[in-house]
Design a protein. Structure first.
Length: 281
């Protein structure tokens, strides 16, 4: 049967083994009522938790929609002087919060649990209606409410089939939850690994004769200017893993000179690069 742990408000439902002990001292009608009661308990369990998950899902989804709208509207409002939002960057924060709502819903399983619980509750209700209908059809053939041995066997088989149907539905929902939980854990591990593998590093650039540059040195990485210095040393941060072209140029004796090299950055690494400007001694 399906049993409920009533020791706390957050009780779970547990399927137990069908045994001959359940038949001792009970007639068919008592068994029917007991099985129906357990089925109704299971249905109510899923309906109650469906409502909780539904509320959480709606809050997070509505929050995501509102934050997306705010993030999309703020750039437009910035162009209207009346709102005085010229220096406001809250749009990026709103979009980040929208993404956070979706991620929380995804990994906490509010929407997916709500759909699972709703589907399971409907399946259990359908199984209950089928059982009650079959029971009435079989009982309508019984004379004076005294079933024959064959009729009694049919009713017991129907009780057993109904109980197994309830257990099967609960096992199916639990299996779906387990797969979803494992999938979410795998995705979190993948995201963590990707973040670790893409962690940016730093270039410690030294130009041995950089002091000769009359207007200082400009550092360019992959065609993008990322720094300027009037000395020999320059630290360039936020360089993602991979190979990068590094070029440093300046003006020496009114001539544009440059030096370059290719570096290989590892995740979170520090690359020390030494360059020398090609100038006449």
């Amino acid at each position: 049967m399906i049993e409920q742990n009533s020791t706390s408000e957050k009780e779970d439902i547990y399927p137990s083994v069908f045994s001959e002990h359940d038949l001792e001292g009970k007639d068919l009608k008592s068994l029917r009522k007991e099985v129906e009661a357990k089925a109704i308990d299971a249905i109510n369990w899923y309906i109650k938790r469906k409502q909780i998950k539904s509320i959480g899902s709606k809050i997070l989804r509505i929050g995501a929609i509102l934050f997306v709208l705010i993030g999309a509207m703020l750039p437009i409002l910035r162009g209207i002087d009346w709102f005085q939002l010229q220096d406001c960057h809250y749009g990026y924060i709103a979009l980040a919060l929208a993404g956070t709502c979706i991620v929380i819903d995804k990994f906490m399983g509010f929407s997916s649990s709500w759909m699972r619980y709703m589907t399971t509750a409907i399946s259990l209700q359908k199984a209950l209606i089928d059982f009650q209908t079959d029971w009435m059809l079989i009982w309508s053939e019984i004379t004076d409410d005294v079933p024959t041995a064959d009729q009694q066997h049919k009713l017991l088989q129907r009780i057993k089939g109904f109980r197994l149907k309830i257990i099967t539905e609960i096992e199916r929902e639990t299996h779906l939850w387990t797969n979803e939980f494992q999938s979410n854990l795998s995705q979190m591990e993948i995201i963590t690994t990707q973040r670790e593998n893409n962690r940016p590093g730093v270039i410690e650039l030294t130009v041995t004769n950089g002091e000769l540059a009359e207007q200082g040195l400009t550092a360019v990485v992959d065609g993008i200017t990322l720094g300027h210095t009037r000395g020999q040393r320059l630290q360039i941060g936020h360089i993602f893993p991979g190979q990068h072209d590094v070029v440093v140029h300046g003006v020496v004796d009114d001539k544009e000179v440059q030096a370059s090299d290719v570096i290989s950055m590892t995740a979170g690494g520090i690359v020390e690069l030494k360059l020398t400007l090609p100038v006449n001694p």
